[in-house]
Write a protein that binds this ligand. Sequence first.
Ligand code: BTN
Length: 223
Amino acid sequence: MGKVSGISKILHLETVDSTNLEARRQAMEGAEDGLLILCDNQTAGRGRLGRRWSSTEAAIAMSLLLRPEIDADRVSMVTIIAAMAVRDAIFKVTGLETDIKWPNDIKYHDRKLAGILSESVFRGKEFYTVLGIGINVNNEAFPDEIKEIASSLRIEAGRSFDKDELTEAVWESFFGYYGILLRDKDLRSLTEAYNRSCITEGGINEYGELIMADGSLKRSGEV
Ligand code: BTN
């Protein structure tokens, strides 16, 4: 992977329990903003809402450590732009036009290709965020319990892809959006682009909250 502005250091591990957990361990040791953890195999990958996320060498599993200068209670905006970046990267490398299911599932023909788990740790006024991204790249098959709902870029496009190229494309796009987020402190310049790719009814407002049919707002969870 080439140099991406915004990434301060890359740690590539052969096997790790979870790249999110590793990034948190590194953060506790004082690791800098922009540390990227990459791995070949994840033995205890974590999904949203306490689920597991299995991940082999065929897939991308990575986590970025960020210390964002935004309101701590608006940190979910980071996962919104991560979903946009994963979608952009998939399009750039494979040509597949994926959908975003709010807040941050990447789907193709209703099958999940990628997931994002961001976890924030607060200490007083300070906090850091670990942005974990899993992308099913060259997987040829999935375990029975998810085979009806998951897919990979290889299955959908009929050929395999270079994980490094895709990884670089994700972070190139992410840091473009992240600069805009840090400048505006909200997503006002990005909501339109997100909503164009978002298949969840209602779309988001400038804070990444889902606008429900009755006008109420949903900040996290599932719909
Ligand atoms: C989801 O449930 O949709 C989120 C899945 C997130 C998986 C990624 S893989 C890299 C990072 N490390 C983890 O343990 N989880 C995230």
